[in-house]
Design a protein around this ligand. Structure first.
Ligand code: AGP
Length: 614
């Protein structure tokens, strides 16, 4: 979603800010802007669309106007008002002395606006943020100090915010504040940085302070002062940032998504490392803070997540129920909240999130924490808000994922869920040792099997080309691969904008079959196992309606070969572990279709990498 970069030091701020914003582009945005402050002058540049538009405006400016050592920048993902130049940040007050960039939503902006208008504030945009600009400017009139103005204003704001504010009469400081939206302060030598996420500043510093909710910071060239909600100064807690700049390179791949798909064998190795040595050994999850007694008391599991993470949770349901016999419910976080969900101290709640910052999941977790349930967070960002809320944390170690469409993080989530299911089963009375050993053995073979798929993608590229002009797509599967069908359809929708839907194969005949004709490709995932014959029958039903059939399978009987128009074969694998291989075929299919269609693979329209609004 929106991105923030602030800089104050002795270098040319605009260069650092624009570069930082470019590293946040992957989060999704639709306009951008920068405010630069120098002595008692503020210059603002804004442009709708991609960052390039802003860069070209700035490049045509007189050097005098852009040569400042302090500034704030923003990429906006529209929530209130169209993605126009006027609605782009930074926003200002009437006299343009104050500038602000903001992530999040000021929920009470409509309540605050009439009072501000009555005081003479003139609004230019349709944004909630402009209310904060005028409100802080009004407070500045009273306090004559930017820190005090912000401290006073935030007490009147409801909702979520991470923002940076500058004032013409105090050009030596940037004030930053946060509540329910991430913001970090990068600590430099004679310079300091502010950013909504690490990639924006990792090139310059590996040291940062994570602002906590309700804190306000005064950032100058050579000092950072943090104040709590009572306006008391608190000690700076400087932490080491977990990424290397190299993680942000495409390493020769055309897109981050393709690079991240190809990283999956190593991602699996990373997830397993230190947790699963061999099939005979127990799974070790040191970070799960539940002892044997507590584990035995768990009688219900709820998994909450969104999007791709939700699909990983759905696979988790099958695996956990199969191995532990504990009932598992999986629900979209946005549905879990705002109703009286049933959970108690014997319920384990698992939150799954790549970013650890998804607003719906954070709200759901906060809600369930009041019910005394133990909350386990499975995330790729152990520095995230969700990680900080966790009773137990299972970091998935996938490395930074830049492409908006999640691929390697899904793989790492799947593996983490398998490991957790085995860990839980080890601690229950009636664990089936043979079944556990079989799964552990197969998990250890995954990296080499993934390499087999990724080393020869010619067939899948051809299939992608053949179907790239389709307007619709149906993905079907049964059992543990039903979530794979959902995830495959989501990937295709996200990056190609083709109308793709995932169905349980058995549901086809209950309605969707009406859509089938020769223009409708049906992709069926069928693994040798309990549902193989059933999916095959559903394929026959589709074929009888002249649908084009693509099979993704580890086995195809000669006598059934003619049924499929195209087949993608995965290496031999048991049904229960097969989602980890099937999904790679579907990721590649979506990637290559998007590529053939010339879409923006890594930054699809309207999407954001981390969805920080509910
Ligand atoms: C995945 O391709 C999506 N971009 C999206 O569905 C994502 O999985 C969802 O927004 C949840 O994000 P999270 O895992 O960071 O919580």
């Amino acid at each position: 979603m929106c991105g923030i970069v602030g800089y104050i030091g002795n270098k040319k701020a605009v260069d650092i800010i624009l570069k930082g914003l470019s590293y946040l582009e992957y989060r999704g945005y639709d306009s951008a802007g920068v405010a630069l402050i120098k002595k008692d002058k503020v210059n603002i540049f804004k442009a709708p669309g991609k960052l390039n538009n802003l860069c070209s405006i700035i490049s045509k400016e007189n050097e005098e106007n852009v040569n400042a050592n302090a500034g704030i920048g923003h990429t906006r993902w529209a929530t209130h008002g169209l993605p126009t130049e006027t609605n782009a940040h930074p926003h200002t007050c009437n006299c343009k002395s104050l500038t602000i960039v903001h992530n999040g939503i000021i929920e009470n902006y409509k309540d605050l606006k009439p009072n501000l208008e009555a005081k003479g504030c003139k609004f230019q945009s349709q944004t909630d943020t402009e209310v904060a600009a005028h409100l802080i400017a009004q407070e500045f009139e009273t306090h004559k100090d930017l820190l005090k103005a912000v401290q006073s204003a935030v007490k009147k704001l409801k909702g979520a915010y991470a923002f940076c504010v500058m004032h013409k009469s105090m050009p030596d400081r940037i004030i930053a504040a946060r509540k329910n939206a991430p913001l970090i302060i990068g600590v430099g030598d004679g310079e300091n940085f502010i950013a909504s996420d690490i990639p924006a500043i990792i090139e310059y510093t590996k040291k940062a302070i994570y602002l906590s909710d309700n804190q306000v910071a005064e950032v100058k060239t050579d000092s950072i002062k943090i104040y709590d909600e009572n306006d008391e100064l608190v000690a700076n807690k400087v932490e080491n940032l977990p990424f290397e700049p190299i993680a942000l390179s495409k390493m020769g791949y055309k897109h981050f998504m393709l690079k991240e798909i190809h990283e999956q064998p190593d991602v699996v190795r990373n997830v397993l490392f230190g947790k699963l040595h061999d099939a005979e050994a127990e799974v070790v999850l040191d970070s799960v803070r539940l002892n044997k007694e507590q584990l035995k008391k768990i009688n219900r599991i709820q998994i909450i997540a969104c999007g791709t993470s939700l699909h990983a949770g759905l696979v988790g349901k099958y695996v956990i129920e199969e191995l532990t016999k504990i009932p598992v419910d999986v629900e979209a976080s946005s549905e879990y909240i705002y109703r009286n969900t049933i959970a108690d101290e014997n319920t384990l709640v698992i939150g799954i999130s790549q970013s650890g910052e998804t607003a719906d999941t954070i709200t759901a977790i906060k809600q369930v924490k009041e019910k005394n349930s133990h909350v386990l967070i499975i995330t790729n960002r152990k520095d995230s808000a969700m990680a900080r809320l966790a009773d137990s944390l299972l970091p998935i170690n996938a490395g930074i994922e830049v492409s908006v469409a999640a691929t390697k993080s899904y793989m790492a989530q799947l593996l983490s869920v398998y490991l957790f299911a085995i860990f839980l089963a080890q601690n229950t009375e009636n664990a089936d040792e043979n079944a556990l050993q079989k799964i552990k053995k197969e998990l250890l073979t995954l990296p080499s099997k993934l390499e087999i798929i990724l080393n020869d993608t010619k067939n899948i590229k051809e299939i992608a080309k053949k179907y790239s002009s389709s307007k619709n797509f149906i993905f079907i599967a049964r059992g543990i691969n039903y979530p794979s069908a959902l995830e495959g359809a989501l990937k295709l929708k996200e990056i190609s904008y083709i109308n793709a839907t995932g169905y349980p194969a058995g549901e086809l005949k209950h309605g969707p079959i009406a859509m089938l004709d020769e223009t409708m490709p049906v992709l069926a995932i069928l693994n040798e196992g309990i549902v193989y014959d059933k999916v095959l029958s559903n394929c026959e039903e589709a074929k009888a309606r002249q649908a084009k059939l693509i099979g993704v399978t580890n086995f195809v009987d000669e006598k059934h070969k003619a049924l499929f128009d195209d087949i993608a074969i995965i290496p031999e694998i048991s049904d229960i572990v097969s989602p980890a291989l099937n999904i790679v075929i579907l990721q590649l299919l979506a990637y290559h279709i998007s590529e053939y269609l010339g879409k923006d693979v890594d930054q699809p329209r309207n999407l954001a990498k981390s969805v920080t609004v509910e």
